[in-house]
Design a protein around this ligand. Structure first.
Ligand code: PNS
Length: 168
């Protein structure tokens, strides 16, 4: 029997993608054959970047160099995972503060579909204090975020917050 490709879904808001996310994706590729980065389409959550911008920034950051696919999804994550024949959902865990909500989400996903496993990867030490929100805040006030995001994201943040538009 031919080997079955093992696909994992890495879901999130990715508003925007950070180097912490990239670290998780690259490490997930040590375990899975392919990772689908799935951006949640949630019209009720106000995002800085449009869905198209978020997807495009992720695509540019990988640029076909790795078996990483980028997509968007709406509705239940487990339904999307099933549609993509994924065997796992990957989530990064930073500090203990992430634990409770991640635990709750994993239990709900398991209740909804026992065939998809939730796998948690501990964030790389370097990225423990980074989050999309804090990076956006720093960028808004002119902080140097170049070490925390890929180049494509840095350029887009500079476009959103050009020096004269920053709330300094
Ligand atoms: O980057 P985020 O905002 O922490 O990602 C949250 C995400 C997208 C993983 C979560 O909100 C999600 O899976 N939403 C889809 C709706 C769903 O399946 N809900 C039930 C399980 S919580």
């Amino acid at each position: 029997m031919a080997d079955k490709k093992r696909t994992a879904i890495y879901p999130g808001s990715f508003d925007p993608l950070t180097n912490g996310h990239i670290d998780i994706i690259v490490r997930a590729l040590d375990i899975f054959d392919e990772v689908i980065v799935a951006v949640l389409c949630n019209p009720s959550k106000k995002a800085l970047f449009t869905m198209e911008e978020r997807v495009e920034m992720i695509k540019q950051s990988f640029n076909g160099t790795k078996p990483v696919l980028v997509d968007s999804f709406g509705g239940l994550l487990v339904d999307y995972a099933k549609m993509k024949n994924a065997v796992a959902i990957i989530r990064g865990m930073r500090a203990t503060s992430d634990f409770e909500s991640e635990f709750q989400m994993a239990l709900m996903n398991r209740k909804l579909n026992k065939k998809v496993q939730s796998i948690f990867l501990m964030t790389g030490f370097r990225w423990i204090f980074t989050s999309s929100s804090i990076i956006k805040e720093a960028a808004q006030f002119g902080g140097d975020i170049s070490e925390m995001v890929p180049e494509a994201v840095k350029l887009k943040l500079m476009e959103k917050y050009p020096p004269k538009k920053r709330n300094e």
